[in-house]
Design a protein around this ligand. Structure first.
Ligand code: SF4
Ligand code: SF4
Length: 211
């Protein structure tokens, strides 16, 4: 029905809530629900909505086969077992980079994957991370090197240097509750030195050059 003046749309009726709850249950029935081990736990739309809709049990049997995780890309990890097939990454990639990601198969076998079912390291991925930025769950995550960094920081025979991107001077401050837009660069330098880095390099004017 096309929208028209006076049209009333119910977005929170009993029926609408019941339908949303069923959709969540169906998504979770084919989902790897190991929240405690998931990179996105605490920052995941599926987890948030499941909590909001009071999901405590799932009426449907677990119905998905376990697919291999793709950790071949140096920057990103793709876990198809957590994908909810929203298509946000496919769109982001096709609008900003190319067509590295796409839908494959049909019905319950549908997956989102790099072209021709290849690994993410074997396609034209430029590691921009836009797919990860729009993914609402833990299906595409940034590869973490945190443990390697801790290990190098505790190595007395190694000089460890860090180089930061321009955007973090404000973004990190906001994450730690500073006023929006406040420049936290001084705090960042001293925190990194306290963590044990021997030198801190700040990317500044150089970041404007490739634009
Ligand atoms: S993607 Fe979300 S719901 Fe799924 S395991 Fe991770 S945190 Fe939990
Ligand atoms: S954005 Fe995430 S959940 Fe959505 S299709 Fe892509 S990988 Fe799957």
């Amino acid at each position: 029905m096309p929208p028209e003046p006076g049209l009333k749309i119910e977005t929170n009726s009993k029926k609408v809530r019941a339908i949303r709850k069923t959709v969540l249950e169906l998504l979770l029935a084919s989902h790897d629900r190991e929240c405690t081990l998931c990179e996105r736990s605490g920052n995941c739309s599926l987890q948030t909505y499941s909590e909001q809709y009071g999901l405590r049990e799932i009426r449907y049997p677990k119905n998905a086969e376990c697919l291999p995780k793709d950790e071949t890309n140096p920057s990103l990890v793709r876990d198809p077992n957590k994908c909810i097939l929203c298509g946000a990454c496919v769109r982001a990639c096709s609008e900003w980079q190319g067509s590295v990601l796409g839908f494959a198969n049909r019905g319950s076998k549908t997956v989102v994957q790099p072209m021709a079912g290849k690994n993410l390291a074997d396609v034209d991925c430029i590691y921009c991370g836009q797919c990860q930025a729009v993914c609402p769950v833990g299906a595409i995550t940034i590869k973490s090197d945190i443990e390697n960094v801790w290990s190098e920081l505790s190595n007395p025979d190694k000089k460890v240097v860090v180089q930061i991107a321009p955007a973090v001077r404000v973004a990190l401050g906001e994450m730690f509750g500073l006023e929006k837009g406040q420049n936290a660069i001084g705090l960042i330098y001293s925190s990194l030195r306290k963590l044990g880095f021997d030198m801190v390099f700040d990317t500044n004017f150089a970041a404007d050059l490739p634009i």
